[in-house]
Design a protein around this ligand. Structure first.
Ligand SMILES: CC(C)(COP(=O)(O)OP(=O)(O)OC[C@H]1O[C@@H](n2cnc3c(N)ncnc32)[C@H](O)[C@@H]1OP(=O)(O)O)[C@@H](O)C(=O)NCCC(=O)NCCS
Length: 194
């Protein structure tokens, strides 16, 4: 696989309770409002106070559109099907097309938290990655104190593989991270490039 497979990825994924859309300009204000009301939980990823400017939403979406068009990253915005409420953002980034593998990142909205909607949205994204995009491995890393993220990944079948000291610089300091991954039991070696 290569970046063209990402460019051609569907702009909509569906689950029983959630619809996921690729980035759209009108999502800018949605994500800014979500970030502003979800600030306490966002300290784990350094989005705390820094990115509250109104223009940030438009920049954010423009960046998402650019990296998708360049085949560097897939980004989905999840909404509850029945209410239209914003659920969260999921991205598949840091692709290695030869291996093939990537990393997943996610941020949920505090108003729809605790109902398994992010789990459902992530499951659909991972299904797409493993079956349509034919990935062998998806990795996810979280700070040891981020219990909700640890629970979410465990429920999704991610397995702890290591511990990286001083892994990411967040909120003025290098932060340790737990390294996890989920592999594709249906991966066919014939999918690998020569
Ligand atoms: C990480 C994060 C997305 C987790 O959100 P969440 O609300 O815990 O996740 P879910 O929406 O899947 O909700 C799961 C909870 O809903 C409950 N639930 C209710 N109905 C459910 C259902 N049908 N299916 C699954 N879970 C359900 C579960 O019991 C679960 O709680 P538990 O973990 O205590 O068992 C959120 O805390 C967040 O955005 N944090 C800030 C950003 C962040 O840390 N990102 C990750 C960086 S590594």
């Amino acid at each position: 696989m290569d970046g063209q497979d990402l460019v051609g990825a569907p702009s909509e994924l569906n689950t029983a309770r959630v619809v996921l859309y690729g980035p759209r300009p009108e999502f800018g204000p949605v994500i800014v409002a979500s970030i502003n009301r979800s600030l306490p939980g966002l300290r784990f990823i350094g989005w705390g106070q820094r990115e509250r400017a109104a223009e940030f939403g438009a920049e954010f979406i423009a960046f998402d559109l650019k990296v998708w068009a360049q085949g560097e990253c897939l980004v989905y915005y999840a909404f509850e099907r029945d209410t239209g409420a914003y659920v969260g953002r999921i991205d598949l980034h840091s692709w290695d097309f030869a291996t093939p593998r990537c990393e997943v990142g996610y941020v949920g909205d505090v108003l729809t938290a605790g109902r398994g909607l992010m789990r459902e949205a992530l499951e659909a994204t991972l299904d797409h990655a493993f079956h349509e995009l034919r990935l062998h491995r998806v990795m996810a890393n979280y700070r040891p104190e981020n219990a909700r993220s640890a629970n979410l990944l465990a429920r999704l079948g991610f397995v702890r593989e290591g511990y990286a000291r001083d892994y990411l610089f967040i909120d003025g300091a290098w932060r340790d991270h737990v390294l996890t991954s989920r592999t594709n039991p249906h991966f066919d070696a014939a999918w690998l490039r020569d």
